[in-house]
Design a protein around this ligand. Structure first.
Ligand code: GTP
Ligand code: MG
Length: 218
């Protein structure tokens, strides 16, 4: 009887937990975005925007009315990217963060082979890293949100160009992996603009995909 009551109680009080993986080149703004998400869902907290490069990972769990989001922010420096693979099989969605001020004109077809003046910024690196994420067997079918971050800056490339020139071409290219649920949204981790929309999209898509990637009950 005790066990029955206990399991009924646990069932009634537990919630689904989904893991979200924040990826992207170093300096893209992942940790700043995590800070903004934390502040959004715990109003007494202020985002700590004085970030330092992440060596290893930061993890935070956000409590929403009907679920938990466990957000994994992993370092984006070149030497740390080989660790990303170990997170793929247990995540329910991926957020790929792009620094909208460091990708030239965001058109991968016009990638300048002699980018001596640095006109393309890190566009080529960003494309290769995104392709690598999409090509992994363990990310197959996982919803992907691409965040065009740093939209508060005057020198940013607007989201539509990032969507058409970079993201669509990567997703539809030969290294784009399988067709999957995806979205491109603008945001600023400095001001917090777009962060709520990002979380809303993630919540709806992980629930939609829960048969393929079931949540953990907490
Ligand atoms: N103007 C502006 N600056 C930003 C924004 N997001 C991040 N930054 C700045 O960009 C720099 C890098 O931000 P982080 O959040 O540490 O970047 P990261 O992706 O976590 O970097 P790694 O941990 O090295 O992978 C910091 O100086 C941030 O203040 C943004 O939306 N707008
Ligand atoms: Mg970081």
């Amino acid at each position: 009887m005790y066990h029955l009551v206990k399991s009924l109680y646990l069932h009634a009080t537990s919630k689904e937990e989904y893991s979200i993986l924040l990826l992207g080149l170093d300096n893209a703004g992942k940790t700043s975005i995590l800070e903004q998400i934390k502040a959004l869902y715990s109003p007494s907290a202020h985002p700590n925007l004085k970030t330092i490069p992440t060596v290893g990972q930061n993890v935070s769990t956000i409590t929403l009315s009907d679920l938990y989001l466990k957000i994994w922010d992993v370092g984006g420096q070149h030497s740390l990217r080989r660790l990303w693979h170990s997170y793929y099989s247990s995540c329910h969605a991926i957020v790929f963060v792009i620094d909208s001020t460091d990708i030239g004109d965001a058109d991968v077809e016009r990638l300048n082979k002699n980018d001596e003046d640095g006109e393309d910024g890190r566009l080529s690196e960003c494309k290769l890293v995104l392709e690598d994420v999409l090509q992994s067997e363990d990310t197959e079918g996982v919803p992907i949100l691409v965040l065009a971050n740093k939209q508060d800056r005057e020198d940013c490339v607007e989201v539509i160009r990032i969507k058409e020139g970079l993201v669509r071409k990567v997703f539809e290219g030969e290294k784009g992996g399988s067709v999957r649920d995806s979205r491109v949204l603008p945001c600023s981790a400095l001001t917090g603009t777009g962060v709520k929309e990002a979380v809303d999209w993630l919540c709806s898509r992980v629930k939609w995909n829960k048969e393929a990637r079931p949540p953990v009950m907490r």
